[in-house]
Structure formats: C-alpha cells, structure tokens
Design a protein around this ligand. Structure first.
Ligand SMILES: [Zn+2]
Length: 134
C-alpha cells in the first residue's frame, strides 16, 4: 500500500476543505483540535443561512474523517475496516482515502439513511471507538 500517496491525498483534501470553510467565513473551533483550524479567523464567524450550516456540517464531518485517517496512518492501522479489520480495497482508498470501512460495511451503515446522516453516524462511530463520544 502506498501510504505516502494516501497521506498526500488526505492532506491535500484537508487543505481544500479548510479553504472552502474559510471562504464561507465559517468557524468551527469547537469541533476540532485548535491546531487543525487555527488558520480560520474567529472574527469571520457569521451564520445566517441554513444551507451554510448544512454545507459546513458536511465539511466539518469530512475534516474529522480526514483527521482520523491521518491518525490511523500514524498508528499504522490505516486502510483497514473499522468493523472487521479487513483491508479496504485500494481502489476504494484511492477514491475515498479517508474511508473507514470496507464497501460492505459502509453500505450496510448507509442503508436507507440520508447521506449526511450516514456520514455523521460514521463520525460518531469513529469518536466512540476513540473514546471521544459518550
Ligand atoms: Zn468491513
């Protein structure tokens, strides 16, 4: 597995999402390690549209997933399904380098759920595993 390639993809995507959040003036300090989002000026905080929230929510969830993936790279557990520990196919990782589950488990998790709910749930499960959620 070309870990460095995935790490690069993750870092690139992370920067992309951060820039996107920044453009919209969204501050999400309370959801991240301060170090991750210290490039976002708190004074830019403003929220007046539901859609902004929704998009920011998706972005912040994605950032969490990217952050988790980067942590898994550091831990050496990157690329394995969090459900069954099986290797995630490389074709999947090359499309979604922050994937936490193999195709089967991701599909069973998403099921009939709305996409964003499924993403939120994935993030919640990741937090549960890392002990950050109740
Ligand atoms: Zn699996």
């Amino acid at each position: 597995m070309e870990i460095e390639r995935y790490r690069h993809q993750l870092l690139t995507k992370q920067q992309e999402v951060l820039n996107s959040l920044r453009r919209r003036g969204v501050s999400c300090h309370d959801q991240f390690d301060p170090g991750v989002l210290d490039t976002i000026d708190e004074s830019m905080f403003l929220q007046d549209k539901e859609s902004l929230f929704a998009q920011a929510d998706r972005d912040t969830q994605l950032l969490r997933e990217i952050q988790k993936a980067l942590e898994r790279i550091e831990e050496g557990s990157y690329g394995y399904c969090l459900e069954d520990g099986e290797p995630i196919r490389e074709v999947r990782l090359s499309v979604i380098p922050w994937a936490s589950y193999c195709v089967d488990h991701q599909a069973s998790r998403e099921g009939a759920l709305h996409y964003s709910e499924a993403r939120a749930m994935t993030a919640y499960v990741q937090d549960s595993i890392s002990g950050k959620a109740e």
